[in-house]
Design a protein around this ligand. Structure first.
Ligand SMILES: *Cc1c(COP(=O)(O)O)cnc(C)c1O
Length: 261
């Protein structure tokens, strides 16, 4: 089959070989195909890898269209935003989708209250993927606790050690996660990372493998508060296959769905 060769037929919305002409739907389809191939290589069930759309800088209409395209293909996606302000500004969009975005960018302490205002509004609250210090965990936890909430969070680890990257260092990650697991108002769900910016795929894969080992070591302690810390939020448009092979449970995808920013 040569897909490029098939002109779209306006009447059916399908190309002559039956592919959808909606570019968002085609991109979701291509993404699902990549996930399936990688999961099969790793002997994993593709359904155990959840897709998060990283929606930073995207307009409401684009986010709604992308979520609808996924839904048409039977996929419920998570949504991730990098900035509290953007989650707040797009609150109506996320509400329309019956959810709120997860916060996947850094959280400054002066934004905690506004973050909680947004994250705790819907029946499925957004998680914070970027816990990188015990100070942040405790202020976030105590304020969530005061609102009668238990906020799902991930500890972000800087597996590459690159100075420009956020996240706790690998050597301190287990201590931090243990502390977060004991923090009232927070529910530790696992770990998040952004891989090294390199074409050296072995290095990228090692970083993902480090995150998995941290998760396994934490869960193996059996400590109170660690039993739900099973998630691995890792893998983006460039490196999702390596992340899935190393156990990713949530991949965060921007470019492969929305195009270059
Ligand atoms: C933008 C972003 C992504 C998605 O990156 P792509 O390479 O565009 O898929 C994932 N995670 C975080 C934290 C991001 O900021």
């Amino acid at each position: 089959m040569n897909h490029e060769a098939s002109p779209p037929t306006a009447l059916t919305g399908l190309t002559t070989d039956g592919l959808p002409t909606d570019p968002l739907e085609s991109r979701v389809t291509a993404l699902v195909e990549r996930i399936t191939v990688a999961a099969e290589r790793a002997n994993r069930n593709p359904a155990d890898v959840r897709i998060m759309f990283a929606t930073k800088t995207q307009h409401a209409q684009t986010i709604l269209a992308a979520a609808a395209a996924a839904k048409n293909l039977g996929i419920d996606v998570l949504l991730g935003e990098n900035r509290v302000q953007e989650i707040t500004a797009k609150a109506a969009t996320f509400a329309e989708l019956g959810t709120t975005a997860h916060l996947i960018g850094p959280l400054q302490s002066n934004k905690i209250n506004r973050a909680l205002d947004s994250l705790l509004t819907s029946a499925s609250p957004g998680w914070v993927h970027s816990i990188d210090s015990i100070t942040l965990a405790q202020s976030l936890g105590s304020r969530a606790f005061a609102r009668g909430a238990e906020l799902p969070v991930l500890v972000q680890v800087n597996v590459s050690g690159e100075e420009t990257k956020s996240g706790v260092g690998v050597d301190n990650a287990l201590d931090l996660a243990t502390g977060v697991a004991q923090t009232p108002g927070l529910s530790l769900r696992g770990f998040m990372t952004i891989a090294a910016r390199t074409h050296d795929s072995e290095l990228v894969r090692q970083g993902f493998s480090t995150l998995r080992e941290l998760r396994d070591a934490l869960v193996a302690t059996g400590d109170n508060g660690t039993q739900h810390a099973t998630e691995l939020s890792m893998g983006m448009s460039q490196d999702l296959e390596l992340a899935i092979i190393e156990g990713a449970t949530i991949i965060r995808i921007g470019t492969a769905i929305f195009g270059p920013r």
